[in-house]
Design a binder for this molecule. Structure first.
Ligand SMILES: *Cc1c(COP(=O)(O)O)cnc(C)c1O
Length: 394
């Protein structure tokens, strides 16, 4: 099989042809700077305005609450650093979780060095935070709660509605890193009481290098990139017009097909999970069984090393990940798998497969067959597995 089987849609996605088609004119024909005043440039400006409205509608926000950024990482950095600075006089305490993306975790570490105090909430064995623990962690000097909407490694969806209610009740800002959730599950910033939300184009079949930060009207937010007057002078720099247009087109496509996409991916995901757990001994599913992203499956295979698994899958043309693209290359096991209570040796044998609406049952069948063989092969080389069998598989 020479074809590539792409099962790493949490790392990035294909730009859909419709998205590219929508973007193309803004490179070559309508290339004016949207901030210029002549008619030619105003065509580009109108495209930015329309994209802003589309993306705002998608999460039930207002157009003026959407700020374009260079991606999810920038949006997370902005939300945390700017809120920290703007609300410093109220306090310097921030609540987040142990299973955030590094864009949030490393920003929190930076803020700790600047004198902020961060509470990292624990999660249960499925990766869900406890609302009661969250509420108990709130103090008079708490200025921000930042909780990932859906985890990028294990796919668990957090109780956003409850978190929003708690944040509102205590008058604390609520930011969510919704990069994995946006376009994959329904999000409503009003219903969920979300004050700030990060999203990214390339995780929803849009282009790379474009993201957004939603900031509720009335929230004090500091400028993040200083320069021109773009984005109400809060995020300066000439607009990435093709990127913005492509991001909005991708959101529109996701919006139109959301229910079908969720139903299809959930069915295929459950088929994959059932086959793996049934056909591969000593395997486990990580994350919530049902409250998880429709396209996410994350497994651990005992006595198997994740990196070896990935290399052998790659030889069969299967693109997969051991957790997060950001931790590959490092030998530390995933902080998310440790947070759900897995011991180091088991966390090392993890595999994340993330599907798309274009993934086929044939591809999943092929992948499961290869996986069975590869896991078997790796275990036969493992002295630990040998001991385990000798001791009566206990
Ligand atoms: C991919 C991802 C990011 C980073 O987004 P970029 O656009 O790649 O910078 C942040 N948070 C989560 C949960 C992600 O999955």
């Amino acid at each position: 099989m020479n074809k590539v089987i792409y099962l790493d849609n949490a790392a990035t996605t294909q730009v859909y042809p419709e998205v590219l088609e929508a973007m193309n004119p803004y490179f070559t024909e309508i290339y004016g700077n949207p901030s210029s005043i002549y008619t030619f440039a105003q065509k580009a400006n109108r495209a930015v305005l329309s994209a802003r409205q589309t993306l705002a509608d998608f999460i039930h926000a207002k157009a003026e609450e959407i700020y374009f950024t260079g991606g999810g990482t920038e949006s997370d950095n902005w939300a945390l650093k700017a809120a920290a600075e703007a609300y410093e006089s109220k306090g310097k305490h921030i609540i987040t979780t142990k299973i955030e993306h590094h864009a949030v975790l490393h920003t929190c570490e930076y803020l700790e060095k600047k004198g902020y105090e961060i509470t990292y909430l624990d999660v249960n064995e499925y990766g869900t935070i406890c609302s009661k623990e969250l509420e108990q962690a709130i103090r008079p000097d708490t200025i921000l709660i930042s909780v990932i909407a859906a985890n990028n490694e294990i796919g668990t969806i957090e109780p956003l509605m409850e978190i929003g209610q708690i944040a509102k009740k205590h008058g604390v800002l609520f930011h969510t890193d919704a990069v994995q959730a946006f376009g994959h599950i329904g999000l409503d910033v009003d219903e969920m009481n979300i004050d700030m939300l990060s999203a990214s184009g390339h995780k929803i079949n849009g282009p790379k290098g474009i993201g957004l930060l939603y900031v509720r009207k009335g929230v004090k937010i500091r400028s993040f990139i200083h320069g021109g007057a773009q984005e109400r002078a809060r995020r300066a720099g000439t607009h990435n017009v093709p990127g913005i247009v492509g991001f909005a087109k991708a959101a529109q496509l996701a919006d139109n097909a959301m229910d079908e996409k969720i139903a299809y991916e959930t069915g295929l995901r459950d088929y994959l999970i059932d086959r793996v757990l049934k056909e591969i001994p000593y395997s486990r599913l990580n994350g919530e069984r049902t409250k998880r992203l429709p396209n996410n499956a994350n497994f651990c295979f005992r006595f198997v090393e994740g990196e070896s698994l990935l290399i052998l899958l790659d030889q069969k043309g299967i693109c997969a990940s051991s957790g997060s693209a950001c931790t590959s290359g490092s030998l530390d096991p995933s902080h998310v798998l440790l947070a759900i209570g897995l011991p180091h040796e088991i966390a090392h044998g993890s595999l994340r497969l993330t599907l798309s609406e274009k993934t086929t049952k044939e591809e999943i069948d092929f992948t499961v067959e290869q996986l069975k063989e590869i896991v078997d092969r790796l275990r036969k080389m493992s002295p630990l597995y040998e001991d385990f069998l000798r001791n009566g598989a206990k």
